[in-house]
Design a protein. Structure first.
Length: 405
């Protein structure tokens, strides 16, 4: 209220100062107009016409000044009335402010007495316990409801005591627990019954389906037995040999190649060596049924081909290559392997072995086969009429051809 009253007082003071300033300006204008009028009276004109014109102009100005004075007078009166009204309003506000200050002091004294009576240290301690009217009303309703409920409970308790007089006390919690356990057992038995019933229904359906398809099952079992025997036979799991169909076919084909190779190796080794496939590895984990061994006719014993010397290994390898060529040509009618290239391999042969190998190669070349030998051995160079020489130079390799003609 003090803030509002001070604001209104400042506003009224500003208005009053504005009106006084306008009044002073009006009085100054009036004084200037009066002085102008007096000066005009002292003027002299050349003729009446000029004086009349000036008179009319002066009268017009006087009329304007009078109108301005009337307007300022009315504004002054209005301002005076406004100042009076504002002063009256300010007086009323000041009286109200004084009355409110008196009431405030009275309320503050009453508040201090209440705080002292309730032993509050300060106003903040009291504010912590202050509640709104709505909350206070809600709390009162809760208290009244509690009192009413307590009265109802006391009445019901009294009636219950009267009803229980002469009766035996029963442990309700134990009975409820017993009922709960029995209900759990009932639920469990019902679930088991439902499960058994569902299983019986499912099994009946399955049994009916099985009986309906018994003939189909028997036919399928017979077919499965035949397929299983064929599968085990192909997989090589029917006996102790444990050789698969693929391995059997490979072994049979390899035996044909070995037979063709021996037709080359026996004359090449002067009847000393023959190649054989190891057959005692069937059924073993290693299953090296394609490994080779060589029969030494001089001793009558077999040994692995890895024990052959360099020259012997060369003869065996060339025999296998020629045997493979012969087998392919005989099995795939019309296909001829007309070329054979031998890269080195002669370095470990003695003179006799080289001559024997050359005789075989010459015989091959005379049977419409092209035999190419790549070697650095001079003995071979002497026995081969057609030659291609590769010489290394600084500018690169150079080739020269000898046709032997």
């Amino acid at each position: 209220l003090e803030k509002a009253t001070g604001h209104d007082s400042d506003e009224l003071t500003a208005k009053r100062e504005k009106v006084l300033f306008e009044k002073q300006e009006t009085e100054a204008g009036l004084a200037g107009a009066t002085a102008t009028l007096a000066s005009l009276e002292e003027l002299s004109f050349a003729d009446w016409k000029l004086a009349s014109v000036e008179l009319d102009s002066t009268l017009k100005r006087i009329s304007e000044i009078n109108e301005l004075l009337d307007s300022l007078s009315r504004e002054r009166e209005a301002a005076d009335k406004g100042v009076t009204a504002i002063a009256a309003e300010l007086k009323t506000l000041l009286e109200g402010l004084q009355s409110q200050k008196t009431a405030e002091n009275s309320l503050k004294e009453a508040l201090d007495r209440k705080m002292a009576e309730n032993k509050f240290e300060d106003i903040s301690a009291m504010n912590e316990l202050v509640v709104s009217e709505s909350e206070l009303s809600h709390r009162e309703k809760e208290i009244n409801g509690y009192i009413q409920a307590m009265a109802t409970n006391e009445t019901q308790l009294t009636q219950a005591r009267a009803d229980a007089k002469g009766k035996e006390l029963v442990d309700v919690a134990a009975l409820q627990e017993l009922c709960h356990q029995q209900q759990l057992e009932v639920d469990s038995i019902r679930k088991q019954e439902n499960a058994v019933s569902n299983r019986l229904g499912t099994n009946r359906d399955k049994r009916a389906s099985i009986l309906a398809r018994r003939d189909e099952l028997e036919r399928t079992q017979k077919e499965y037995s035949i397929c299983d025997r064929l599968y085990k036979l192909v997989r090589g799991t029917t006996g102790n040999g444990k050789i698969t169909l693929e391995q059997y076919i490979q072994a049979a084909g390899f035996d044909g190649i070995i037979a063709a190779a021996n037709r080359r190796l026996i004359p090449m080794s002067a009847g000393q060596f023959e190649l054989y496939r190891q057959e005692d590895t069937l059924g073993k984990k290693s299953n090296n049924f394609l490994d080779l061994e060589v029969l030494d006719n001089s001793t009558g014993h077999r040994r692995p081909v890895g024990n052959l010397s360099g020259g012997e290994s060369f003869k065996a390898s060339m025999s296998l290559a020629l045997g493979l060529s012969d087998t392919v040509s005989s099995n795939l009618g019309g296909i001829q392997m007309d070329a054979l290239f031998i890269d080195e391999g002669f370095g470990t042969l003695d003179r006799k072995s080289i001559d024997s190998a050359m005789d075989i190669l010459v015989n091959l070349s005379g049977a419409n086969k092209l035999v190419g030998v790549i070697s650095h051995r001079e003995e071979l160079v002497e026995n081969i009429p057609q030659q291609i020489h590769v010489a290394k130079t600084k500018a690169g390799s150079e080739i020269s051809i000898e046709t032997g003609i």
